[in-house]
Write a protein that binds this ligand. Structure first.
Ligand code: KG4
Ligand code: ZN
Length: 365
């Protein structure tokens, strides 16, 4: 089954053509990051206009790269939610038009589950093996931070999520505080490599709230806003809610602060993920979403997994940040399971994680 996938939930327009969930014929991304960088964050209406401009040429290019004609496409998969509403609507409208014109089925995809699927694209044998389950998946992106439990029959539940900022936001907002450009994650990752991660003991939001002991109900929840505030008061001590300038510091101290801040984010992500692994006796671990590109997270997660002999799947960076291969790949499984969306398919900015995922190996009949 050959599926054309469309992704337009945020600031990347992406189109991919994937066969049987794993053979990626083409995977194209047109990024708007530079346009939004001027404003220090994503502007939803600007994102929608850029998707509108990019989407049709990108579909044509994806077909050309795949050396396929539209008639070869068996179905269309499109990100339905979560995401920025105006941005999502562009992809969904285009997908509906394509589905109607071709007379081929349409399926709306949950972006979070697609991020998880992204880690399996190059590992079909792990995904298809019931012994890989239960899977713990840490989804860390610009908008979400979530721990999911996935069983071999596809049952899926949320074990924990962020109480305030997402991990990606923790990086992007830190960059803003440090007067670094948007998006902050990749740049902080790069700068942190030359700093000392132990130089500043930033608070770990583990999370009791305000430095109090961990509340049992928050064992697998995250909180990054206290950390962000600690950074703000460290580098801009004059801050009183309004604008302030950075205190004087040398390059070495600046880089040490960045490395220590990144360490605090990554430390909490790794620790809580391992708690979830132990609580649920997971037999493999997926780490996905844009923040999964972070080099320190990749190293520390690999060490923690290796010490527990736990198979770890972190997608290559191209399948971590927003892409359509993960949408088309998951779409193959959903369509093969007989799932279809009708023309009522609507975008929703927030969307519950589904109770079942359709890429699991032992789906009920
Ligand atoms: O998954 P994604 O592309 O889009 C969303 O669904 O949100 O994630 C984007 C987020 C941004 O916050 C960006 O700063 C972060 O991922 N990110 C990183 C790195 N690369 C991207 N964060 C830390 N280190 C990186 N190398
Ligand atoms: Zn995403």
């Amino acid at each position: 089954m050959i599926v054309l996938g469309i992704e337009s939930s945020c600031d990347e327009t992406a189109v991919a053509i994937v066969e049987d969930g794993h053979r990626v014929h083409s995977n194209l991304v047109s990024s708007q990051v530079r346009k939004h960088a001027e404003y220090g964050g994503v502007i939803p209406e600007l994102a929608a206009r850029e998707h509108l401009r990019a989407i049709a040429p990108l579909v044509e290019l994806a077909l050309r790269e795949a050396k396929l004609d539209l008639s070869a496409i068996d179905g269309i998969a499109v990100t339905q939610a979560p995401g920025l509403l105006p941005a999502l609507l562009v992809g969904i409208s285009y997908a509906k038009g394509l589905s109607a014109a071709l007379g081929k089925p349409l399926i709306g995809i949950n972006h979070m589950i697609a991020h998880v699927y992204g880690a399996f694209i190059d590992q079909p044998e792990v995904r298809a093996n019931p012994e890989s389950y239960p899977v713990i998946a840490l989804v860390v992106s610009g908008g979400h931070t979530m721990l999911l439990l996935i069983e071999a029959d596809g049952r899926c539940s949320i074990l924990g999520q962020t109480l305030d900022d997402a991990a990606g936001e923790a990086f992007d907002k830190a960059a803003k505080i440090l007067f670094l450009p948007y998006p902050g994650g990749p740049l902080i990752d790069k700068l942190a490599r030359t700093g000392d991660p132990r130089a500043v003991d930033f608070p770990r939001g583990l999370t009791g709230g305000g430095g109090t002991p961990l509340k049992p109900e928050n064992r697998l929840n995250f909180s990054f806003s206290g950390l962000k505030t600690a950074l703000l008061y460290n580098v801009r001590p004059e801050t009183s809610g309004g604008d302030s300038t950075m205190r004087e510091m040398g390059d070495e101290e600046f880089l040490n602060i960045i490395a220590s801040y990144q360490e605090a984010v990554v430390d909490v992500l790794v620790r809580k993920t391992m708690w979830a692994v132990e609580d649920h006796r997971a037999r493999s671990l997926v780490v996905c979403g844009g923040v999964a590109c972070n080099s320190r997270l990749r190293v520390l997660m690999a060490e923690a997994a290796a010490s527990r002999r736990l198979p770890l799947l972190i997608a290559p960076p191209a399948y971590c940040t927003d892409n359509a291969a993960m949408i088309a790949g998951l779409g193959c499984h959903e369509l093969a399971a007989g799932r279809r969306s009708d023309y009522e398919l609507d975008a929703t900015p927030r969307f519950p994680v589904p109770e079942r995922v359709y890429f699991a190996p032992c789906l009920p009949r």
